[in-house]
Design a protein around this ligand. Structure first.
Ligand SMILES: NCc1[nH]cc(CCC(=O)O)c1CC(=O)O
Length: 356
C-alpha cells in the first residue's frame, strides 16, 4: 500500500443509502471512515427507499434484478442531492449507467453463505422434506444439487424480515450471507458457515462499494475516496464481476464467482447451474492478481466450453425480459434524473487496475 497525499475534501459530503438496517450500517461505516480521514468535513447520510425494497412478493429475478436497489440512489446523485452512494457490491449491476463509476471497494467481510436455523446445526442434519428459505437462484441450485431431499421456498425482505420469518416457523432453516449477519451484530445466528466448496459465493458478496456520479464542479471525489479502496478486495471483485458480466451482467442467474487474493496471486473459482441443480459447470484458474479481469475472462471461457450459456439459457431469457420490463417502468424516473456527463466504459470497472 502506498501512502498518498490526502486531497482536500469539501466542507460537506452527503451519502445516499437504502434504509434497511444493513444498508444504514454500511453507510455509517463509510461515514465514520471519512470522518476519521477528513475531520473537517461534515458527512451526512440520507436514507431512501428503492423499488427493490418495495417489491417483497416476487423473487428479484422476475422483477428486474439488481438495478432496482441502486437506481434511486443514482437519481439522488444525478440531481445533486447526494455525493456518493454506499452499496453491497453484490447488488450493484455489472455495468453502471453512463456517468456513474465505482470509486472504492472496501475490505471484504466474510464472503461465505451462512446456515441459519433454530432447530438444526447444518444442512446435513435437515430431514427429508424440510423447508429451506432462499431467493437466490445460486443458493437454490447449489442446495438442490447436493440435498435433493430438501424443499426450497422463496424468502424475501431485509435481514430482519427474513430472520423473523424463520423464527415464526415458516422455514426449518434459511441461508443468508454471513457478512450481513456479522455487520448487524448477529453472528450468533450463524449455525454453520458453508465453505466455498459447498456454496460458492456470489460475485462481490461481502464487499461494500462506493458509487459516485461524474460531476461538473471539478470536485475530485475519486481521489477523496481512494484511501477507502482495499486493493486485494478490488482485484478479487474485478475478476468475479468480469465472469458475471460475460454471462449477462446485471441479470439474476445461478452464477457464483469467488476469488481469493494472496499477495500477488489470485485463485478464481466460478460456477453456473440450472436453478434445479441438475446441470452445472464449474471452473477455476490461478494467476496474477494484477490480471484480475483477464482471469475472469479465462474462467468464463472455461465455463463456456462446458455449455454454460445453454445451462443458463432459460434464466437468461427470463431475466432479460424482466430487465426490459424494469427499464420501461423506470422511464419516468429516468426523465427526471438529468444524466450527468458521459463516463463511458469507466463505469464498468472497479478501481485499481484498469481493464486489461
Ligand atoms: N441480495 C441481498 C443482499 N445483498 C447483500 C447482502 C449481504 C451482505 C453482502 O453480501 O455484502 C444481502 C443479503 C444476503 O444475501 O443474505
Amino acid at each position: 500500500m502506498k501512502t498518498s497525499e490526502l486531497v482536500t475534501p469539501p466542507s460537506r459530503l452527503v451519502i445516499a443509502s437504502r434504509e434497511s438496517r444493513l444498508a444504514m450500517w454500511q453507510a455509517e461505516h463509510v461515514r465514520e471512515r471519512l470522518t476519521i480521514l477528513y475531520p473537517q468535513c461534515d458527512v451526512k447520510i440520507v436514507g431512501m427507499t428503492t423499488r427493490g425494497d418495495q417489491i417483497l412478493d416476487r423473487t428479484l429475478s422476475k422483477v428486474g434484478g439488481k438495478g432496482l436497489f441502486v437506481k434511486e440512489l443514482e437519481v439522488a446523485m444525478a440531481e445533486g442531492r447526494a455525493d456518493l452512494a454506499v452499496h453491497s457490491l453484490k447488488d450493484v449491476p455489472m455495468e453502471l449507467p453512463e456517468g456513474f463509476a465505482l470509486a472504492a471497494v472496501l475490505e471484504r467481510e466474510d464472503p461465505r453463505d451462512a446456515f441459519v436455523s433454530n432447530d438444526y446445526a447444518s444442512l446435513d442434519e435437515l430431514p427429508a422434506g424440510a423447508v429451506v428459505g432462499t431467493s437466490s437462484l445460486r443458493r437454490q441450485s447449489l442446495i438442490a444439487a447436493r440435498y435433493p431431499h430438501l424443499v426450497i421456498k422463496p424468502l424475501r425482505g431485509n435481514l430482519d424480515t427474513r430472520l423473523g420469518k424463520l423464527d415464526r416457523g415458516d422455514y426449518a432453516a434459511i441461508i443468508l450471507a454471513a457478512a450481513g449477519l456479522k455487520r448487524l451484530g448477529l453472528p450468533q445466528r450463524i449455525r454453520a458457515l458453508l465453505p466455498p466448496e459447498t456454496s460458492l459465493p456470489a460475485a462481490g458478496q461481502g464487499a461494500m462499494a462506493i458509487e459516485i456520479a461524474e460531476r461538473s464542479d471539478g470536485l475530485d471525489l475519486m481521489a477523496i475516496l481512494a484511501p477507502l479502496n482495499h486493493e486485494a478486495t478490488a482485484q478479487a471483485v474485478t475478476a468475479e464481476r468480469k465472469v458475471s458480466k460475460v454471462f449477462g451482467g446485471s441479470c439474476q442467474v445461478p452464477l457464483a464467482a469467488f476469488a481469493t487474493v494472496d499477495g500477488a496471486d489470485m485463485h478464481l473459482r466460478a460456477m453456473v447451474a440450472t436453478p434445479d441443480g441438475t446441470r452445472m459447470a464449474s471452473a477455476e484458474v490461478r494467476g496474477a492478481a494484477a490480471d484480475a479481469e483477464a482471469l475472469g475472462a479465462q474462467v468464463a471461457e472455461l465455463l463456456r466450453a462446458q455449455d454454460a450459456e445453454d445451462i443458463l439459457s432459460s434464466c437468461l431469457s427470463e431475466a432479460a425480459q424482466a430487465e426490459a420490463d424494469a427499464r420501461s417502468a423506470t422511464l419516468a424516473a429516468d426523465a427526471t434524473a438529468a444524466a450527468p456527463g458521459a463516463a463511458g466504459d469507466a463505469a464498468a470497472a472497479v478501481p485499481g487496475k484498469p481493464a486489461a
